[in-house]
Ligand binder design. Structure first.
Ligand code: UDP
Ligand code: MG
Length: 313
C-alpha cells in the first residue's frame, strides 16, 4: 500500500527542506510506503533548486518533482500532482508546514479503520485570522451553498487525504477553471471532516491577498452555479412590474386628481439605476461567456517543463 503526498510549491525555498525532514520524522514508523510529489508552480526563487537537491540527495525517498513552465496556480499544481502520482491513497498538503504531516497519519488511520469513508478533510478548528475575514468567509459559504448544487463545508481546506477512486474522479474533472472545494463536493464520495490547528507559516509569506480571495470566491460561484445568469430575468420582471404599477398610479393621479406629474429627478435616478443594473447583468453574462470561451479552446491545465521521477525498480 502506498500513500502519495502531493505538495504544491510556489516560492517556498526556505520551507522545502524542513517540510521534507519533518514529514520523514513524522512518518518514520508507518507501515505503508509513501512518496513525495512536489509540484514547482513556476516559482521565482530557488524552490526548484532546492527540490532538485532533495531529489538528488535523498535517494532513500521516493521523490518526484514536476516543474511548471510558469505559475499556473495552486489548483493546477494540485491537479498535476494527482495526475503524476500512483499511490493507493493521496494526500494534499502545503509546503509551508501550516499543515502538519502528523495530521496526515490521523487521516490515514481513519481511512483504514473506517472503510465507509473515501476522503478525510481537515478543517480549521481554531482560526488564526481576523474576525472580519472569518465573517467574509462564512458569508461567502452561505451564498455559494444557496446558489449552487454543491454543498461546501465552511471551514474545510484543501488539506485532505483520499482514496485512489477519489483521485481518479478528480483527474476526470478536466475543467480549466478549477475550484477544488467545489470539485471535491461535486464528485461525491463520503467525506469525514476532522478539526486541525493551523500552524504559523514556517517561512515566506502567504500568496493570498484580500482581493485575490474575493476573486477566488467569485470564481467558485461561477464555476458551480449558473444562477447569477438568471439574475437579469428576476430583476427585469421586478422592474417591469414596478413600472406597470407606477404607470397605473400616474394615470389615476392625472385623470382623477389632476395632479401634474413632475419627476425630472426621478427619471434621472431611474435611468441611472436601470442602466447600472443592465450593465451589471451584462458583466455577469460576460464573465460566464469568457469562461466558456477559454474552456472551448481546450487549453491544458498546466504545462510541465521538467519532470524528475525515479525509475520504478
Ligand atoms: N501555491 C502554489 N501556487 C500558487 C500559490 C500557492 O502552488 O500560485 C502553494 C504554496 O506554495 C503553498 C500552498 O499553495 O504550498 C498554499 O499557499 P499559501 O500558504 O500561500 O496559502 P495559505 O496557507 O495562506 O492559504
Ligand atoms: Mg500556507
Amino acid at each position: 500500500m502506498k500513500l502519495s503526498l502531493v505538495v504544491p510549491c510556489y516560492n517556498e525555498q526556505d520551507n522545502i527542506e524542513l517540510f521534507y525532514e519533518e514529514t520523514v520524522k513524522a512518518f518514520k514508523d508507518v507501515s505503508f510506503d509513501y512518496e513525495f510529489i512536489f509540484v514547482n508552480d513556476g516559482s521565482r526563487d530557488n524552490t526548484l533548486k532546492k527540490l532538485k537537491k532533495l531529489y538528488n540527495e535523498k535517494t532513500e525517498s521516493d521523490i518526484t518533482v514536476v516543474s511548471f513552465s510558469r505559475n499556473f496556480g495552486k489548483e493546477s499544481a494540485i491537479y498535476a500532482g494527482i495526475k503524476n502520482c500512483d499511490g493507493d491513497y493521496v494526500s494534499l498538503i502545503d509546503a509551508d508546514l501550516q499543515q502538519r504531516p502528523e495530521v496526515v497519519l490521523e487521516m490515514m488511520s481513519i481511512l483504514q479503520n473506517e472503510p465507509e469513508y473515501d476522503c478525510v478533510a481537515a478543517y480549521q478548528g481554531k482560526r488564526r485570522e481576523s474576525s472580519v475575514m472569518t465573517g467574509f468567509k462564512s458569508g461567502f459559504y452561505k451564498l455559494i451553498n444557496r446558489l449552487s448544487e454543491v454543498e461546501l463545508h465552511a471551514d474545510a481546506s484543501d488539506f485532505r487525504t483520499f482514496t485512489r477512486g477519489v483521485a481518479n474522479a478528480i483527474i476526470e474533472m478536466g475543467e480549466y477553471h478549477r475550484f477544488s472545494k467545489g470539485i471535491f463536493s461535486w464528485i461525491g464520495f463520503n467525506t469525514k471532516y476532522i478539526p486541525y490547528e493551523v500552524q504559523e507559516r514556517n517561512a515566506g509569506e502567504t500568496k493570498w491577498s484580500f482581493s485575490k480571495l474575493v476573486r477566488y470566491a467569485f470564481e467558485g460561484i461561477s464555476a458551480f452555479s449558473t444562477k447569477p445568469l438568471k439574475l437579469a430575468t428576476y430583476i427585469g420582471i421586478t422592474a417591469s412590474f414596478a413600472a406597470i404599477v407606477y404607470l397605473i398610479v400616474v394615470i389615476i393621479q392625472r385623470l382623477f386628481f389632476n395632479v401634474a406629474v413632475s419627476g425630472y429627478a426621478t427619471i434621472v435616478a431611474l435611468i441611472l439605476l436601470l442602466g447600472g443594473i443592465q450593465l451589471f447583468c451584462i458583466g455577469i453574462i460576460g464573465s460566464y461567456l469568457a469562461k466558456t470561451y477559454i474552456q472551448s479552446k481546450n487549453r491544458p491545465i498546466y504545462i510541465a517543463k521538467e519532470i524528475l521521477k525515479r525509475d520504478e525498480d
